[in-house]
Design a protein around this ligand. Structure first.
Ligand SMILES: [Fe+2]
Ligand SMILES: [Fe+2]
Length: 399
């Protein structure tokens, strides 16, 4: 359907995945502009319905296709941006699949699902949906790269890290390691603060999560049939709850990183269509972050607060008991903060959005500090860092 119902014929030539609200695809718009300038015909494609299109000689269609192909090339910078984003989405997909196998709505580890459900009874559904989203992001970005004659990204050779041995986990090589994370939880304070990291602010950790699993490791550590009372009772139940709480904070850590990354990359895009892809996927990363921000807060609010992993000592305190807006668990929407200049009024925004704080290299550095790549090969780090450097080096070019 076009946005203008008065001319349904236009929808025939414009129907397709990249049709815009004007009823024509960018390729068609570009093609139309060329036809107008070259042969002086107005609205060549606009007035042509299916019947009209069928009447165009095959050779003319072929020539049009060739022209559209040439005119749809994207810049080297846009390719670099999309290739890094594809890599980031493959990484996201890998970690979300691990969460989904164990704790998703069709997950295979009932004790983990029960502990996650103590954060919100819909957690398994949200995990499955977030996983689907990441898979779609990775597949779309690589397909789009291919459609532009650019090389898609394939990280399969790096799927070498071990799976969890817990019931529910498939046994296959992984890109990411969720078994001993240092989760940076400063995002929790950052989004409650009126200060902005792009203007030099630093934030403390909300919860100190060091070398804590975010998925169950094996069945002797946390049996799959464990109950999940609130608060947890017994060492194994408490351990499993600490693992689920870690996942809750890790979900938000990953997705706030995606929110910043896409915002940073949008500022570098040259093609309007590439920009459209970046802001359209980026908005969903922020949507994910907002959801997980809410759920993570339940790990540090009553009645669940106070869990301490008996093996690692990682503690999830009652942040509301600490008092103050930087701790209050239901302040999940971004607090207005400094933006651009300190003399401008505070603004509620995604932050950071500077390369050095939220760009591609910063994202890889953040994941590395998270220990998400623990055990990966030097070649893996060389590969993803190279992709990241090329994306950060992209510059917006508008002719
Ligand atoms: Fe994504
Ligand atoms: Fe994401």
């Amino acid at each position: 359907m076009t946005s203008n119902g008065s001319n349904s014929r236009e929808s025939h030539v414009s129907a397709g995945p990249s049709a815009d609200v004007s009823g024509s695809t960018p390729v068609e718009q570009d093609l139309e502009a060329k036809w107008r300038s070259v042969v002086g015909r107005r609205s060549f494609l606009k007035g042509v319905g299916l019947a009209g299109a069928a009447a165009i000689p095959g050779s003319a269609l072929f020539a049009s296709e060739a022209m559209a192909q040439r005119s749809s090339a994207i810049t080297k910078g846009d390719v670099a941006i999309l290739r890094f984003l594809a890599a980031a989405e493959l990484i996201e997909s890998d970690l979300w699949q691990q969460y989904n196998e164990l704790g998703g709505v069709n997950g295979g580890n009932p004790a983990y699902m029960a502990a996650l459900s103590n954060l919100d009874s819909d957690m398994p559904q949200y995990i499955a949906d977030n996983t689907d989203d990441e898979l779609s992001h990775a597949a779309f970005l690589n397909a789009y790269l291919r459609s532009k004659g650019a090389e898609p990204v394939n990280l399969d050779e790096f799927r070498t890290l071990p799976s969890s041995k817990a019931t529910g986990a498939r046994q296959k090589g992984r890109l990411t390691n969720l078994q001993s994370l240092n989760v940076d939880t400063s995002w929790y304070v950052r989004y409650r603060s009126t200060k902005n990291p792009d203007l030099g602010a630093h934030f403390p950790q909300a919860v100190n999560i060091h070398r804590e699993p975010a998925i169950p490791l094996n069945d002797s550590d946390t049996p799959p049939g464990l109950p999940a009372p609130v608060p947890p009772v017994g060492a194994q139940e408490t351990r499993m709850q600490a693992i689920a709480n870690t996942a809750g904070f890790h979900f938000a850590f990953i997705e706030q990183g995606g929110s910043s990354l896409y915002s940073v990359m949008a500022l570098k895009a040259s093609s309007l269509e590439v920009l459209r892809i970046i802001v359209s996927i980026g908005g969903v990363e922020t949507n994910h972050f907002s959801l997980w921000h809410d759920k993570a807060g339940n790990a540090v609010a009553q009645p669940l607060a106070g869990v301490t992993d008996p093996q690692t000592g990682v503690t999830f305190p009652d942040l509301n008991a600490k008092g103050g807006e930087l701790n209050q668990t239901n302040l999940i929407l971004p607090e207005p903060c400094e933006f651009l200049h300190k003399n401008l009024p505070d603004c509620s925004i995604v932050r950071p959005t500077l390369d050095r704080n939220g760009g591609a290299v910063a994202a890889i550095d953040g994941f590395t500090a998270d220990r998400l790549f623990d055990g990966q090969s030097p070649k893996f780090f060389r590969t993803v860092r190279q992709l990241a450097r090329e994306a950060d080096a992209a510059q917006r070019q508008v002719h």
